[in-house]
Design a protein. Structure first.
Length: 94
């Protein structure tokens, strides 16, 4: 079972990023614009805690969408990708 607290925190930080990104001017979204977000450490911590809180078989479709969304936004630093790759079993839900 997924830890409710870590799931809630993960959802909270990803949605906060999404709200920030929605306000970021589209014409300025080039290069590494996502890196301007100041709360990446909170995202990284919440992402790692969420991965540690349960197995992928218990992830809902909305959670998977948030995971994919934030992984895509972390395309420059790839910190979240490394967190996920440290858990090879998590890459396949089965």
């Amino acid at each position: 079972m997924i830890g409710k607290r870590s799931k809630a925190r993960f959802v909270e930080v990803v949605l906060a990023f999404r709200r920030w990104a929605d306000r970021y001017p589209v014409y300025q979204r080039s290069g590494e614009w996502e890196c301007d977000y100041g709360e990446w450490p909170a995202i990284t911590t919440a992402f790692a805690a969420f991965l540690d809180s349960g197995v992928p078989q218990h992830w809902s479709a909305p959670i998977v969408e948030l995971l994919l969304y934030i992984l895509a936004r972390d395309n420059e630093a790839e910190v979240l990708k490394r967190e996920l790759m440290a858990k090879p079993g998590w890459l396949w839900r089965g």
